[in-house]
Each structure stands twice: as C-alpha cells, then as structure tokens.
Ligand binder design. Structure first.
Ligand SMILES: *Cc1c(COP(=O)(O)O)cnc(C)c1O
Length: 394
C-alpha cells in the first residue's frame, strides 16, 4: 500500500475521464448518453458519476476515491455538509420503532439529531458517557439498530474505545458509525478497529482551508448504496466546484495534519500549567484521563484543545478577545487558527438545558491552525497572562 501523502495525490487517478493533470471541474447538472441502453444503465448505477449530478459527478467520485483509500474502506461518498452525511445515513439505517445510542459529549448537530429530530420520527435514543464502554452495553435494547460515536469528541476531547464499542455492536447485530472529523484518517482509522461507517465534516480538516462546506461517508459499498438511495431524496448534493476544492485541499492533508498535531500538543502543554487554566482537555497530554486509550487507537492527537478557565464565562470570553492570531469563529481544521466559546455557539442547535449538560461555561475551544508553533504558543500565553492579571487585581 502507498503512504498517505501518495494516496492524497494519486488515489483519484482512475476516476478521471480526461487526461488533464489537474482535474477539470465538471460544472454540469446532467450528462448525455449515446443510446437508450446506456441511459437506462447510468440511471441506476449506485453512486455513479455520469447521469445527473444529484446522483453523482466525476468530481464527487474523485474525492470518494481518495477518502476510501485513506480510511481503508471499500467505498466512500460525498455530501453537501457533514450534517448531510450524518442525517442521510441515519435516515437510511433506522426506522420508526428503532433505538439509537449516541454520546453525551458530541457535536451539537449530532446531539440535536439524537435529542430532537429522531424522537419526533418515532426513533428512541439514549445518550451515554462515552468514557465508559460498559455504558454502551447497558444502553442496548432489542430495538437498538445503530450506535453513533465520536472520538475525540467536540468540544471536550473525550475518547471512545472504538474497538470495544465495535465488538459490542457486532455481537448484537448493531451498526456503528464514527465521526472521525477531529482525528482525520491520518491520526485514526475507525474502520481498522471494526467500525462499520466513518463520516466527516469535510468542511474541517479534509478540506482544510475554511472555504467549503462538505461531508463524506466511508464504509462498505453495500451500506453506502443504501445511504445513497436516501441521499437522492434528501438532495444533499455537493456542488462540483466545492468537490473540486475539497480534492485540492486533500492533496496536502498529511502535511497539514502533522503541523496541526504539533501545534495542538505544544499549546496544550503550555496552557496546562497556567494559573488561569483549570484544565486543558487534550488527548495528547499525559494528564488526560484517557491518554493511554488515545495512544492505542490514534497515531496523532490533532489540533483542537478545550481550555477550561478558572473564571467561568467571563474569563473565557476575555481570553478569546485577547488572542491575536486565533479569530473568534465557528469551525476548525483550516490553516488559520480559530477559537470559540462552545456554550454560546451551539444555541442554534440545542436548548439551554441541553447545552448545560454537555459544555462547561468556562470552556474555550481552540483549533490550532498551521501557523508557526512558537507564535501560537506565545500568543496564547500572553492572552492567558492578561486575563489572569485582570482577575488577580479585581
Ligand atoms: C463541524 C462538525 C460537524 C458538522 O459538519 P458540517 O460540515 O458543519 O455540517 C460534525 N461533527 C463534528 C465533529 C464537527 O466538528
């Protein structure tokens, strides 16, 4: 098998209809056929690429080829956003009367799907403490069809024992689906640990430049074909230009992730000892309660850290205001550092009570970009010093 940096540059070669070295953008809504037989065939080809762009497009197929090889899965497909990937997959895999298990610490949109949308459709859900593999076993019912995991989780960086959950699910004929957005396939390959389906907000690290919304799903072709069938109905189609940008972004994914990992680790270590900081949540720290598990299932720890301040919301907010390089913006995984207060950000998806249960008020989520490590560390320490000095003089 070639290495990851070779895969991201070459894995799409077989799905190029042209001889252009840089793939053309297939900015077309539809494709013509030579004859009736061909037309009838392409209309039913699962995840095909030359019938109608809602069904598939060469730019989609190129992204999918790279993602499948990086994740080590049989196939992959692309969607218009990470949430489109999740919702389309879940709607394809469960029906009224079924039960789904998710995590308490999870991306706000995933939490809202579990707490708000699925129950409305007659699908019951249970959210468990992901740090306890036993909790997944206890939540299983005869109606459980699907377990949604996310590791590391957004924004608390909690780790799920992916192999343990996958084994439990297999034994009960339950499907597993892992959000691999934070780790990327460079740091973690959930399918190698037995997870059935892997999904990403490709808006984040896979694209890496904060200029595209996109999602991907990776797994066995048979499962993806079922999800693709529902995707035709949800219409969660990625535009060809966005797919092209995503492919271009992925070319440098291994280079970028190496720097994100280094910056995340350096920031976590620098802030962990700071007197204004109650706790840094980062799986690469030896003090992270699940550091051993993280080291077993990950080869790098990513660029996102959760920083819990001693002075609650006010100190967290003041810290954000003092940062020079990380700007206050939703999202992560781009070359530029971004930082947010998750409890303020997720109010569009979760109610106050749901937020209070999943995110501490004094938490800042800092997503390190690919800037120079020394600059980011000096900037974060200066901001932490300033908020500490203000608190001490008050
Ligand atoms: C951003 C994010 C999502 C949602 O993806 P979109 O592309 O914004 O729809 C899902 N999971 C995680 C972990 C995320 O960070």
């Amino acid at each position: 098998m070639p290495g990851n940096s070779t895969i991201t540059v070459h894995a799409d070669r077989e799905v190029h209809p042209s001889r252009a070295v840089a793939p053309p953008i297939y900015q077309t809504a539809t494709f013509w056929a030579e004859d009736g037989e061909t037309f009838a065939q392409v209309a039913v080809d699962p995840r095909g690429k030359d019938f109608y762009t809602r069904f598939g497009n060469p730019n989609h197929a190129q992204v999918a080829a790279v993602v499948a090889e990086l994740e080590g899965t049989e196939a992959a497909m692309v969607t218009a956003s990470g949430m489109a990937a999740l919702t389309t997959a879940v709607l394809a895999l469960v029906s009224a009367g079924d039960h789904v298990i998710g995590q308490k610490s999870t991306y706000g949109g995933t939490g809202s799907l579990l707490l708000n949308l699925l129950p409305r459709l007659g699908v019951s859900t249970t959210l468990v403490d992901q740090t306890d593999p036993e909790a997944f076993a206890q939540a299983l019912t005869p109606q459980t069809r699907l377990i949604l995991v996310e590791s590391p989780s957004n924004p608390l960086l909690q780790i799920t024992d992916l192999r343990a959950v996958a084994e439990l699910a297999r034994a009960h004929d339950v499907l597993t689906m892992a959000d691999n957005t934070f780790a990327t396939p460079l740091n973690q390959r959930p399918a190698d640990l037995g997870i059935d389906l892997v999904w990403h907000s490709a808006t984040k690290y896979l694209n890496g430049h904060s200029d595209v919304s996109a999602g991907v799903l990776a797994g066995p072709a048979e499962l993806l074909n079922r999800i693709w069938d529902v995707g035709l109905l949800t219409g969660a189609t990625l535009g060809p230009i966005d797919a092209w940008l995503l492919l271009r972004g992925m070319r440098t994914l291994p280079l970028r992730v190496a720097r994100h990992n280094a910056n995340g680790q350096a920031l976590a270590e620098a802030l962990n000892e700071h007197p204004a900081v109650a706790k840094v949540h980062y799986p690469g720290l030896a003090t992270h309660p699940q550091h051993k598990l993280a080291s077993r299932q990950m080869s790098g720890f990513g660029g996102v850290l959760g920083i819990e301040f001693t002075g609650g919301f006010e100190m967290a907010d003041a810290f954000l205001g003092r940062l020079r390089y990380p700007r206050r913006a939703a999202s992560l995984g781009g070359v530029e550092s971004l930082a947010v207060h998750p409890a303020s950000m997720w109010r569009g998806m979760l109610n106050e009570e749901q937020i209070a249960e999943s995110v501490p008020l004094g938490l800042v989520r800092l997503a390190a970009g690919t800037e120079d490590t020394a600059d980011l560390v000096a900037d974060a320490l200066a901001a932490a010093d300033a908020v500490h000095a203000t608190a001490a003089s008050a």
